[in-house]
Design a protein around this ligand. Structure first.
Ligand SMILES: [Zn+2]
Length: 408
């Protein structure tokens, strides 16, 4: 994130400086200027606006602004801080780009309310203030009525509902009906990659938005029938990876994010009851299933699934999961020979406490280091303080190979 827009700012800054100089030297002011001056002024301002739009330059505060807790809303505050530090989404909201992208007749009410919160969080003069998310939360509950019923809100569920609803409001293809799923003739010769990109294209034909640009990836699930040895592949779009946590080895020892990813992608035996229909046997058979990432998103949201449901209760794992801050390589979980696919961490949503009595907070990366967001309070923290047994949702941004090379 740091430095990503620096080359853009140079141009933009010099353009603004030029306009300021011209305006001040010539005493150009709308009220007092004669016609020619006012025409010049207008053209200059027009140029400035065009430049603003094209170069997407934003005058931002330092992002160290808290969110008021308006009654058990720490889950919302923590998720909003993580999303607010997702640069692609943040800039899209602050520039109100969705207004130009409106394809649906519906009002983008939630998008407006969400952007309003972000505008408060990134206000240049916003230091020492706290943003109240009440209007956003009310709008969210109106848009997603089923969410109001929950007594203990889960941040991960909230994130899913929120992204899904925002996507619906800003979908560039709102009127495309989902075609009936017709089984395509699969020729053995069609390679996996071609099939995957055909499926992705079909997805974009009906679901295409900034949310998809930033968060969506494609998961590949390979099934192998133990009866007839038939292999089949399906592709699903994902907006987050929900990873199981391995059982602790020796007491007190933690696990690594890699352990969780290995467990997620390891071959799993499915018995008849839980397996899908084998295409060749045309019945449910015992099979093995393996998951891998076919298409990598710009931002990968990794959910450490600490909550497990048994028949009567939900329990929470407090195992400490260690994770890399930079250069998380997801290449090993992608297509064969895809090479290293690197990601850098920029936000963490934490859950502390128990299943019934919990509290959510967030760590987010600012230009000059990490900050701890605990509702209305924001404090600087060291990198060592990020590793706790409370890490719940990790937000990784794909690293740009050119910026990685020059990073300090
Ligand atoms: Zn079979």
């Amino acid at each position: 994130m740091p430095g990503a827009t620096s080359d853009v700012n140079v141009d933009q800054g010099s353009c603004q400086a030029l306009c300021r100089t011209l305006v001040s030297q010539n005493g150009l002011q709308r009220e007092t200027a004669d016609i020619s001056q006012s025409v010049l002024y207008t053209s200059l301002m027009g140029l400035l606006l065009v430049a603003d739009k094209e170069k997407e330059q934003l005058n931002l505060g330092n992002g160290r602004v808290g969110l008021r807790n308006i009654g058990n809303t720490c889950f919302l505050n923590a998720v909003v801080q993580c999303l607010s530090h997702t640069q692609g989404l943040r800039d899209y909201c602050l520039l109100k780009s969705y207004r130009q992208e409106r394809y649906s007749k519906e009002d983008a009410k939630l998008m407006e309310a969400f952007s309003q919160v972000l505008a408060g969080l990134w206000d240049v003069n916003g230091e020492d203030t706290v943003v109240n998310p009440r209007h956003f939360y009310t709008t969210f509950k109106e848009a997603v009525p089923c969410f109001s019923g929950y007594s203990q809100q889960d941040a991960q569920e909230f994130l899913r509902f929120l992204l899904d609803r925002l996507h619906t409001e800003i979908n560039r293809r709102p009127y495309v009906r989902r075609p009936a799923i017709e089984k395509e003739q699969k020729h053995a010769k069609i390679r996996i990659a071609e099939e995957a990109s055909a499926m992705w294209k079909r997805h974009l034909e009906r679901d295409d938005s900034k949310i998809v640009d930033v968060f969506s990836g494609q998961l590949r699930s390979s099934l192998h029938c133990s009866v007839c040895s038939h292999y089949s592949t399906t592709f699903d779009v994902f907006c987050d990876l929900s990873l199981p946590l391995p059982k602790k080895g020796s007491a007190g020892s933690g696990v690594t994010l890699r352990d969780c990813l290995d467990l997620f992608s390891q071959e799993e035996k499915l018995d008849k009851e839980n397996s899908p229909m084998c295409e060749r046997c045309r019945r449910r058979t015992q099979c093995t299933k393996r998951l891998s990432i076919q298409r990598f998103p710009q931002v990968i949201v990794i959910h450490l699934n600490r909550f497990s449901m048994s028949r009567w209760s939900i329990s929470k794992s407090t195992v400490c999961v260690s994770f890399p801050l930079t250069s998380l390589d997801l290449g090993p979980y992608g297509p064969v020979d895809c090479g290293p696919i690197l990601y850098d961490l920029y936000a963490i949503c934490n859950h502390s406490g128990t299943v019934n009595q919990g509290h959510y907070t967030a760590f987010c990366l600012e230009d000059d280091g990490w900050c701890f967001y605990n509702d209305s309070s924001v404090t600087a923290v060291s990198e060592n303080e990020l590793y706790t047994s409370q890490a719940y949702v990790l937000f990784y941004q794909r690293s740009n190979s050119t910026t990685t090379a020059t990073r300090k």
